[in-house]
Unconditional design. Structure first.
Length: 115
């Protein structure tokens, strides 16, 4: 598997944990104190970092910091949209789609000179 493939694989799983750590408590822990949600979110975030750190170490020598950041932002959005729609039952709005297109543009510009 290529370096980019490994980074995408780890980022996909990592961002799934990230979205759950950041937002799942809003649906399931509303009646608990904030510190309970915080501790449980940190427990979930442990798995995010356990995948994100190796992905960054694998990707940095070949891709560099800017590309890793843009990939991370894109993967975060890819994980967030289905989570917000299916788990949180939020509507997908036109502005969200337009913002996603802008982020895809950022990915294009950061990778356009890669050969």
């Amino acid at each position: 598997m290529s370096v980019l493939g490994k980074v995408l694989f780890f980022y996909t799983i990592s961002n799934s944990f990230m979205v759950m750590a950041w937002y799942l408590h809003l649906k399931y822990l509303n009646n608990h104190p904030w510190y309970v949600a915080s501790v449980l979110s940190w427990c979930i975030a442990f798995f995010e970092y356990s995948l994100l750190i190796p992905a960054n170490r694998i990707g940095y020598p070949e891709l560099g910091l800017s590309k890793l950041q843009i990939i991370q932002i894109g993967m975060s959005l890819i994980a967030f949209i289905p989570f917000s729609f299916f788990v949180m039952q939020e509507p997908i709005k036109k502005d969200y789609i337009l913002a996603s297109i802008c982020l895809l543009g950022a990915v294009y510009f950061i990778f356009r000179n890669v050969r």
